[in-house]
Design a binder for this molecule. Structure first.
Ligand code: OAD
Length: 248
């Protein structure tokens, strides 16, 4: 079903000086990447986050964690952006000042053409060393078995944020600056359960922004959002772009 986009929202979007969109796993669901909290198919329904997504889990069983991320990285490399990712890349071109923040580590926004994406939870396409934070842009060629060591002597790990870790400082600072100063913020395909990301739409709203949620299911943000567009991101976002006035 095609959702109808309120005309008033389109008008507010066209008038906005600064727009922010924040995405979560739901935007990549239509590309075939499992979300985290879906009751049946979500990653956290099948795997224990404390064993696979924490420093303690990695130190206890580096090979298991490395191989799990390597498997996920290989899955992600086989996927492509979907109409939701492309619509956000188009919004960046159509709107004067548009910032994209993502909790996703899959790199599909960049693959769709979005630029300057703020990656709050890092990227599964990169690796870094466990002890010294040296980041490498590529996984090592031979990454089967135990994680290799970086030239600094420390084990390599995926460059994603694990439970109990701080978010990358610059990414978080850039995200906060963007939400504090926007007039309209989209929260797309996220369960709004993981902090500090979940707080960002509320910060935007406290600073006067209109908050729009796009999600097929209700979340804790739904009752606070100014508009809730119920549906899949890959359907709603292209509709939204189509509804914007001006040349397509
Ligand atoms: P979740 O798995 O918690 O939530 C996914 C959301 O996407 C749910 O609210 C779904 O209803 C929604 N959804 C599903 N299909 C959709 C579609 N086609 N279009 C739009 N929405 C759809 O994923 P996140 O909120 O991203 O952290 O999870 C946040 C963080 O928790 C992740 O970044 C990850 C995880 O632990 C780290 O890895 C640090």
């Amino acid at each position: 079903m095609t959702p109808s986009i309120p005309a008033e929202l389109i008008e507010r979007l066209s008038r906005a000086q600064r727009v922010v969109a924040m995405t979560g796993a739901g935007i990549s669901a239509e590309s075939g990447i499992p979300t985290f909290r879906d009751a049946q198919s979500g990653l956290w329904a099948q795997f224990k986050p404390e064993e696979l997504a924490s420093e303690a889990g990695f130190r206890a069983a580096p090979e298991r964690v490395w191989q799990w991320y390597r498997w996920r990285y290989q899955q992600v490399r086989k996927t492509s952006p979907n109409p939701g990712h492309y619509a956000l890349a188009q919004l960046q071109q159509r709107l004067p000042n548009f910032t994209l923040i993502t909790q996703n580590v899959d790199g599909l926004h960049q693959a769709a053409g979005s630029t300057d994406v703020i990656e709050l939870h890092g990227s599964i396409r990169r690796v870094r060393c466990l002890d010294n934070d040296c980041e490498e842009q590529e996984w090592p060629e031979n990454s089967t078995g135990t994680p290799p060591k970086h030239s600094c002597g420390s084990l390599l790990r995926p460059a994603v944020v694990w439970f109990g870790e701080f978010l990358p400082e610059q990414a978080l600072a850039d995200a906060i600056e963007a939400v504090e100063n926007c007039d309209l913020m989209f929260s797309i395909g996220t369960s709004s359960l993981v902090y500090p990301a979940a707080e960002l739409p509320l910060v935007a709203q406290q600073n006067g922004a209109v908050v729009v949620e796009i999600n097929p299911n209700p979340t804790p943000l739904s009752t606070r959002a100014d508009y809730v567009l119920t549906g899949a991101a890959g359907v709603v976002l292209p509709e939204l772009v189509k509804a914007l006035p001006g040349p397509v």
